[in-house]
Design a protein around this ligand. Structure first.
Ligand code: 5GP
Ligand code: MN
Length: 339
């Protein structure tokens, strides 16, 4: 994003606009935190802003200020389409290819609104009028903080904005432990705490609100954990039957894959989760060091993301997907052992 872009966006936002803000499908803490943080900021400039999420998000994010105002495209399509069709500006946050917006893809690509992308994933598509894309950023929330700062409005960041942005930075950095966390990230969260974000409360809301069933599901996932030492790889499977047994709810499997990655000498981890409703296997991939799960997912599982965290899917059944995954590993043996 150039200084000239910022100048133009500042001019654009000088008068009240109709604005739609969109996170990616199955939004996580960074997606909901960044869209709501930006929403609260835009309201301060008297814009008419609406966050429209492709679908619902986990309960552990449902403490964020005004989260109940977020529209869900899958259940509120008509109202959402009207807003998208009449919007002056559409912000797309925490994703960089329109198909990550799921069923909203069509409406977004047809929209003639000015599009502003704020995102930290690799290989962005060129759909936006203004692109703030930086793969070195810890999170989209850190970028929204910078965006507000570049517009000269740091002083407008209040406790609501600060809490939303803090939550997204915390979740996307694995509580400030992933390599994407920089000294600048810490300066940003320090400022957010100064502006009223209660770091301890936010951590509790997100990580200490587990249901007993989720703990049982984790037990099941860990029982299913398999290790392939020759490829420094570990993986977990969860079938639909297992999910049903423990009354799976959206967000329950968040972070499970990290247990596989935490094993000594393992640098590549995967979780395969059966989704009978959509007839797919949802895949999460994680790595340590230079082994790019973004490239791996793009090559084999129709997905992408970051070097050390990516997602993807498979249209085969669970057993065949895992067999397929194992059969691919020999071609990465050198890469995995040279880390
Ligand atoms: P997760 O495994 O937690 O779903 O996602 C890990 C990272 O990869 C996140 O940054 C997420 O936005 C991204 N991601 C997940 N699924 C996909 C996908 O299907 N395509 C792309 N391009 N990115 C994905
Ligand atoms: Mn993110």
């Amino acid at each position: 994003m150039t200084k000239d872009d910022i100048k133009k966006i500042k001019q654009l936002l000088e008068t009240p606009k109709q604005i739609v803000i969109v996170p990616h499908k199955n939004p996580d803490g960074d997606a909901i935190g960044s869209t709501l943080g930006l929403y609260h900021y835009l309201l301060k400039h008297n814009h008419k802003a609406t966050v429209i999420s492709p679908n619902d998000f986990p309960d552990f994010l449902k403490w964020m200020p005004e989260e109940s105002k977020i529209l869900k495209y899958d259940s509120q399509k008509e109202q959402s389409d009207n807003l998208i069709n009449t919007a002056d500006i559409v912000f797309t946050l925490d994703f960089n290819v329109l198909n990550r917006a799921g069923d909203m893809e069509d409406a977004l690509s047809k929209s003639e609104a000015i599009k502003i992308m704020i995102d930290h994933h690799q290989q962005p598509d060129a759909y936006a009028t203004y692109m703030y894309s930086d793969v070195n950023m810890s999170s989209t929330c850190e970028m929204v903080y910078n965006f507000i700062d570049m517009l000269g409005d740091n002083n407008l960041i209040d406790v609501d904005i600060a809490s939303c942005l803090y939550a997204g930075i915390m979740t996307d950095t694995g509580s400030f432990r992933f390599p994407s966390t920089t000294s600048k990230t810490h300066l940003v969260v320090a400022d957010l705490i100064d502006k009223g974000a209660n770091h301890s409360d936010i951590h509790n809301q997100i990580f200490d609100t587990n249901s007993y069933e989720r703990m049982q599901l984790l037990g099941c996932a860990l029982t299913n954990l398999k290790v392939l030492p020759e490829y420094r790889t570990a993986f977990i499977t969860l079938s639909q039957e297992e999910l049903n047994k423990f009354n799976f709810k959206k967000g329950d499997t968040e972070g499970f894959v990290n247990y596989a990655l935490s094993l000594n000498n393992i640098i590549f981890a995967a979780i395969f989760i059966e989704d009978s409703q959509n007839n797919i296997i949802k895949i999460s991939l994680r790595s340590k060091g230079h082994f790019s799960v973004n490239e791996f997912s793009r090559a084999h599982f129709e997905g992408g993301g970051h070097t050390n965290a990516a997602g993807g899917k498979s249209n085969l059944d669970l057993k065949t997907t895992v067999e397929n995954f194992i059969s691919i590993l020999p071609s990465y043996k050198n890469a995995l052992n040279n880390e």
